[in-house]
Ligand binder design. Structure first.
Ligand SMILES: Nc1ncnc2c1ncn2[C@@H]1O[C@H](COP(=O)(O)OP(=O)(O)OP(=O)(O)O)[C@@H](O)[C@H]1O
Ligand SMILES: [Mg+2]
Length: 315
């Protein structure tokens, strides 16, 4: 059975119609999968998560989580899931242990079992030595780790993580990624996370749905999505203060298979980019296009987004 099944799901905040924050989305997530929703600000990721966790009512369409319908079987859905919200949601007056204990109590976990679960959860996120400190005194990375522990303390079937590492430094981010992987592997919990960091989606997720303006515009494994772009990419950073240029000159190079101009950059697609840079520079020089930097790379999920939308995820 799929852990999540979504069909034609739509959410309009204005009942009179208007724009759809979630716009006829369909997808499914397999049991035990780590699934990512990647997209820029306002894409609809949180709205979708809120519908799947029964916090928002869909306008139309159907969604099932752990086999239960989010509209008809709210309680059953809630019993089956854990959530880490985008906005911090710890009680800052309580210690780490008290936060977890309170949450476990809410889920009706018995005292005898509760202590063991709390210890286990704290161990996974390596906060054992901070359990008796009020969370107000935690660093932002420690708070996030505790929230993660709280999200799975009651053994949910599906764990939703809305931007689990937003605002954290690279080191803390990597540690959280490791906890997420560990949790998925050791407990077999299905994980749905949202992010606007392509490295996070790439590193963590078995499959990624790329979201933009309420729609999933591409969905596959990170590797397949990148293979879709194929060849090498050469990005030229243009000095746009010198006026506007006709970038079509690059298209005349016979090895350029595609090009896209965006935010002061021109990105060209080609095979063997390493051999082509001199010829590209020559065309730029002849056309008076002033280049500030050149970057050769393999496609990333950012390029996949760019390919489908003509924009970059990061402004
Ligand atoms: N309660 C609400 N009432 C009206 N509009 C809303 C509400 N919540 C969200 N929206 C709108 O829905 C769209 C999607 O918002 P959402 O928070 O789902 O995006 P997101 O992908 O999570 O963005 P971010 O990366 O910034 O967290 C936005 O245009 C937002 O303004
Ligand atoms: Mg959001």
């Amino acid at each position: 059975m799929d852990a999540i099944e979504v069909k034609n799901l739509t959410k309009r905040f204005n009942s009179k119609g208007g724009f759809a924050a979630v716009d006829h989305i369909s997808f499914s997530v397999a049991d035990g999968e780590i699934f990512g929703l990647l997209g820029p600000n306002g894409a609809g990721k949180t709205t979708l998560i809120k519908i799947l966790t029964t916090l928002l009512k869909p306008s139309s369409g159907m969604a099932k989580v752990a086999g239960f319908d989010v509209s008809k079987d709210k309680e059953k859905v809630r019993e089956s899931i854990g959530i880490v919200f985008q906005e911090p949601a710890l009680d800052w007056r309580l210690t780490g242990r008290e936060n977890l204990d309170f949450h476990a109590r809410m889920y009706g976990i018995k005292r005898s079992e509760r202590d063991a679960r709390v210890e286990e959860a704290l161990k996974l996120v390596e906060l054992e030595d901070k359990v008796d400190i009020v969370t107000d005194k935690y660093s932002s990375g420690m708070k996030r780790r505790l929230e993660l522990a709280r999200g799975f303390i009651h053994n949910p079937k599906v764990l939703f993580l809305d931007e689990p590492t937003m605002g954290l430094d690279t080191h803390t981010r990597r540690r959280i990624w490791d906890y997420i992987k560990e949790l998925n592997e050791s407990e077999g919990v299905t994980i749905v996370l949202t992010t606007h960091q392509m490295e996070e989606a790439d590193y963590l997720c078995e499959r990624v749905g790329i979201m933009d303006s309420g729609k999933i515009i591409a969905l596959d494994t990170p590797q397949n999505l990148k293979d879709l772009i194929g060849s090498d990419l050469v990005s030229l950073e243009i000095n746009i203060n010198r006026g506007s240029y006709d970038y079509a000159v690059f298209k005349k190079l016979d090895f350029v298979t595609d090009f896209i101009a965006h935010d002061g950059f021109v990105t060209l697609k080609m095979e063997r980019g390493d051999l082509r840079i001199p010829a590209i520079m020559e065309v730029a020089n002849k056309s008076g296009i002033e280049i500030k930097s050149v970057n050769l790379r393999k496609p990333s999920l950012e390029d996949v987004f760019l390919h489908f939308t003509g924009r970059r995820i990061r402004e």
